[in-house]
Design a protein around this ligand. Structure first.
Ligand code: FES
Length: 97
């Protein structure tokens, strides 16, 4: 079964068809800010993501524009714009967890 590890809570959560990391987190009571409701316009859902399974998916157009504007690092992603994939490790910044 496919799972995502959330840090710093160290909770491993099974993916059950959730369309985004944000939905996976919220459904499992992991506190993640999401001021715009997942449209990709606020940036409050940003997390740091790595994967043991290989490269992450490309950024969506809206995420790519924000990443450029705000100088996101390679690992800094919008949880509302990224599909959860097996073996992802997601570090939630201190101020949202
Ligand atoms: S919830 Fe606003 S950018 Fe993700």
């Amino acid at each position: 079964m496919a799972k995502v590890l959330f840090l710093p809570s160290n909770r491993e959560i099974e993916i059950r068809g959730e369309p985004s990391l944000l939905e996976l987190a919220l459904k499992n009571k992991i506190n993640l800010e999401h001021s715009c409701g997942g449209s990709g316009s606020c940036g409050t859902c940003h997390v740091f993501v790595t994967s043991k399974a290989g490269p992450l998916a490309e950024r969506s157009d809206v995420e790519a524009a924000m990443a450029l504007d705000r100088g996101f690092s390679t690992e800094e992603r919008l949880a509302c714009q990224l599909d959860p994939v097996d073996q992802m490790i997601v570090r939630v910044p201190d101020y949202t967890d």
